[in-house]
Design a protein around this ligand. Structure first.
Ligand code: NAD
Length: 265
């Protein structure tokens, strides 16, 4: 049986992944603000370093898989969303890469979002700063955005950057060359405390409710966790640098013809 690390293991999708893996007999090292084997705040460098050290210690430096599910969404403050969702995922992946490589064959899944394909006006300069590894500049670049929509634009930017980071890194020697498959699962609306906080907000609640979900009700955390566990399994070894959108049809309804996009040589 394997050893898996999960950030955001105390709630929602991360907690559901934990339950599924434990039911299969695997060992899980959870990372979260509380109620986890490793308690750490992933919003800044010190907490991220502590999380990496804690997981290395608890796992003996060898991991079969890693899921970065810790995240914040609107209406939480834009800066916190940006820091936790992007660098709070990337720094953990980079810090734990040697432990994944030590397993010989490993799978890593980042939780992205269909916000990347359905949020209009995501600021490219914020995405670029995140991809350049300069999260302070990215935070600075949030300042001119309209205050009420900054959390949602920061959310879209953080998830776009996470997804592009995955696609760039996945195919390199450091990742696929070391036997580590890296992919992004991009859910649409999932019934978790994060979604509920958005629905309870006077500004974001009506926006979330007006969003079309062709299959009907939002997903459950368990449904989403099953996709994550599939991506963690050996049979998913051919997925590499993929963004798998599981969103009840929302982005297909909104932008059916926008991709795949043709290109000419
Ligand atoms: P959730 O709120 O139930 O769980 C998120 C977990 O992350 C919590 O346990 C929380 O304590 C932890 N976390 C937050 N900030 C942290 C920090 N600074 N340090 C350490 N841990 C921290 O939410 P969820 O819906 O299960 O979200 C999981 C992931 O799925 C997130 O990345 C989210 O963006 C993504 N997602 C969720 C939805 C949705 O509709 N619920 C849709 C698309 C993507």
């Amino acid at each position: 049986m394997g050893t898996y690390a999960i950030t955001g293991s105390a709630s929602g999708i991360g907690a559901a992944v934990r339950r599924l893996l434990e039911d299969q007999g695997h060992r899980v090292v959870g990372v979260d603000l509380a109620d986890a084997e490793v308690t750490a705040d992933l919003s800044g460098p010190a907490g991220r370093a502590a999380a990496v050290a804690g997981v290395l210690d608890a796992s003996g430096g060898r991991l079969d898989g890693l899921v970065t599910a810790a995240g914040l969404g609107p209406p939480r403050p834009a800066e916190a969303i940006l820091r936790v969702n992007h660098q709070g995922s990337v720094a953990i992946l980079e810090g734990l890469r040697p432990a994944l490589a030590a397993a010989g064959s490993a799978q890593a899944v980042q939780i992205g979002s269909n916000a990347t394909t359905t949020t209009p006006g995501i600021p490219d300069d914020v995405v670029e700063a995140l991809l350049d590894g300069d999260e302070d500049l990215a935070v600075e670049r949030l300042a001119p955005l309209p205050a009420e929509f900054a959390p949602s634009l920061a959310y879209g930017a953080s998830k776009t950057a996470v997804t592009r980071w995955c696609r760039r890194a996945a195919v390199t020697e450091a990742w696929v060359g070391a036997g580590i498959r890296l992919n992004v699962l991009a859910p649409g609306a999932v019934r978790t405390p994060l979604l509920q906080a958005g629905m309870d907000d006077p500004l974001y609640g009506p926006l979330i409710r007006s969003f079309e979900i062709p299959v009907g009700e939002p997903a459950t955390a368990e449904e989403m966790a099953a996709w994550v566990v599939f991506l963690l399994s050996p049979v998913a070894r051919y997925a590499c640098g993929s963004m798998i959108v599981v969103d009840g049809g929302s982005s297909a309804r909104l932008r059916a013809d926008d991709w795949p996009r043709t290109f000419q040589l």
